[in-house]
Design a protein around this ligand. Structure first.
Ligand SMILES: NC(=O)C1=CN([C@@H]2O[C@H](COP(=O)(O)OP(=O)(O)OC[C@H]3O[C@@H](n4cnc5c(N)ncnc54)[C@H](O)[C@@H]3O)[C@@H](O)[C@H]2O)[C@@H](O)CC1
Ligand SMILES: [K+]
Length: 531
């Protein structure tokens, strides 16, 4: 059993994530090699041990069991907890299985009743029991697992709503009931758990969209005896549908790019940040301060505004288009464009040849991070979206960093449609624009052509503050500038930047204001490992 994620911990290694379908294949493959019901027995025992470790003082447990194998796990756990002297009550809102039903869950239900455990099959008797017997110390959610096929309705939906209305903490078996294992979206009611124990592997839906908010602390078990355990480093198994980022990759990047004693600013790359339209200088300030704090050697800021400009940090150079009119000025620089740009690029009907028009950035920069209003502008001008798409074929690299609404504008859909399947949305954007996509939000997704997507493990609601995205774009540009062109794996670089951004918020209840976030990220620079 491994703890994967909590408010204060992150995974050490990257971890392969399995879809519900791949989990079933793994389950069937394992089941063929084992006596009947071994996996369910292992799962139930594992759940009981986990519950006792999570709530060692709990004397009473209310177990909610559905009709499927998630409910079967719950019934095996109930049996163990009963045997270990806990007061256990079971509520099975889907009712009694028929006496002719020979499925494993039905057999386990009969065994539970024969073992003398109190089982309730209808809401009225369950609620009466709650009123007379008092509430339990812990709830165990085994209503629905990865077999969810529709939004919960009827008695199951009511049971989910009942769980969420209790002040008693709820532990979820495999996945909070109602959450979709692949997408992290709940089409209807879903359990809000304090912790979730994922079985046989970890599904991406636990880690993105609503997953993080509904799962609470995330644990997992491969249900293997220790000698056969699948090592958590097994991150790139062919069954994987995505990879969860881990601290190790982030630390490795820092180690590889640590400052040598003989370095100077010219060896740490250069970043040009373009943005800050009228009234939005702060975004330009934050992105350029972030690029600087990431370690970039030279940082220029180019404001698209005509009104008074806010002061920048003194280390940052101003880029005036009248001073730097040549295309060659982009050479060797990473350009971060769009932070707080507003409608500046759409509103300039007759830009001068020296202006940093978006068209010019799309056609002439080698390495481009396009964020915020840069993306909204591309969404509004299909011809510019085509220029973006063509960049890869011209040997130019592009990263786009949309939040769900910006992604929706680019895809011509709604942000709720993006949130309903964030992995699919990120992959669709990636193939539509032929570039690397960082889809921000809870469980940021990083998608690149022909690569397995990453889900960022770090980050929490403390980052849901204005300017947080500008900080990420600037930091990403800054790291990119410091990475030698020939060895740069942009997909991995984005994972490192997103991990770093979220890691600075670890343990923060929030809100973490963007300017403080830059400093918190800067404080995470580490000296290279020594013997
Ligand atoms: N079979 C095995 O060997 C193992 C199964 N495991 C457990 O089994 C679970 C998967 O079991 P199942 O495939 O039986 O699926 P579930 O236990 O998730 O339940 C599926 C059942 O619920 C019904 N259902 C689907 N959506 C519903 C909804 N919205 N409202 C009401 N009923 C709904 C389905 O028709 C089906 O009868 C995993 O999540 C895990 O907990 C683990 O114990 C590992 C081993
Ligand atoms: K569940």
């Amino acid at each position: 059993m491994h703890k994967l994620l909590s408010t204060h911990t992150l995974p050490h290694h990257a971890l392969a994530l399995l879809s519900a379908e791949a989990t079933r294949s793994r389950q069937q493959w394992l089941a063929r090699q084992l006596p009947p019901n071994t996996l369910i027995e292992r799962a139930g025992l594992c759940v009981a041990r986990w519950l006792l470790a999570m709530a060692p003082h709990a004397q009473s447990v209310d177990v909610l069991a559905g009709r499927g194998h998630n409910g079967a796990d719950a019934l095996v756990a109930a049996r163990w907890l009963h045997q270990l002297g806990r007061r256990v009550r079971v509520y099975a809102p889907a009712g009694n299985p028929a006496s002719t039903d020979t499925s494993t869950p039905a057999q386990l239900m009969r065994a539970t009743q024969s073992a003398g455990i109190a089982v309730f099959m209808d809401e009225i008797s369950w609620l009466r029991q709650q009123a007379s017997g008092g509430t339990a110390d812990v709830l165990l959610d085994g209503l629905l697992g990865i077999g969810i096929s529709r939004a919960p309705t009827g008695a199951v939906q009511q049971a989910i709503e009942w769980i969420n209305a209790q002040s008693t903490p709820c532990l979820a078996i495999d996945i909070p009931s109602g959450l979709h294992p692949n997408t992290g979206h709940s089409p209807g009611a879903a359990v809000r758990a304090v912790a979730t124990l994922s079985l046989l592997g970890v599904r991406p839906g636990l880690l993105t969209g609503q997953g993080r908010a509904l799962c609470g602390e995330i644990w997992w078990s491969d249900l293997q005896p220790p000698s056969a355990a699948i090592h958590p480093q097994d991150a790139y198994t062919p069954e994987a549908c995505a990879v969860l980022s881990g601290d190790a990759d982030w630390r490795a990047w820092q180690h590889l790019h640590a400052r040598r004693a003989d370095e100077h600013k010219g060896t740490r790359g250069a970043v040009l940040v373009v943005g800050g339209g009228t009234g939005m200088h702060g975004a330009l300030w934050l992105a350029s301060a972030s690029a600087l704090a990431s370690g970039a050697g030279k940082v220029w800021a180019c404001s698209l505004a005509s009104d008074t400009q806010a002061p920048l940090r003194p280390e940052i150079m101003r880029w005036a288009t009248s001073i730097n009119p040549n295309d060659a000025d982009f050479a060797g620089k990473v350009v971060v464009a769009g932070c707080g740009a507003g409608t500046a690029w759409l509103d300039a009907p007759n830009p001068s040849t020296h202006d940093l028009t978006l068209e010019r950035l799309l056609t002439q920069t080698e390495r481009l991070v396009l964020d915020a209003d840069g993306l909204n502008t591309v969404a509004a001008r299909p011809a510019w979206a085509e220029l973006l798409r063509q960049r890869a074929a011209q040997g130019k690299s592009t990263v786009i960093t949309p939040h769900p609404l910006e992604a929706a504008r680019l895809l011509g859909t709604s942000s709720s449609a993006v949130q309903a399947d964030r992995l699919a949305a990120a992959k669709a954007l990636c193939s539509q624009l032929n570039c690397t996509v960082v889809l921000k939000g809870s469980g940021s997704i990083i998608a690149s052509p022909a690569r397995l997507p990453y889900i960022n493990a770090s980050g929490n609601a403390a980052l849901a503050t204005p300017g947080s995205g500008d900080v990420l774009a600037g930091w990403l540009g800054g790291l990119w500038a410091q990475t030698p062109h020939e060895s740069c794996d942009v997909h991995r670089l984005c994972m490192v930047a997103a991990h770093w951004h979220g890691r600075a918020a670890l343990g923060h209840a929030g809100p973490l204001r963007a300017q403080d976030l830059v400093e918190a990220m800067a404080a995470l620079h580490q000296a290279p490992a020594r013997l």
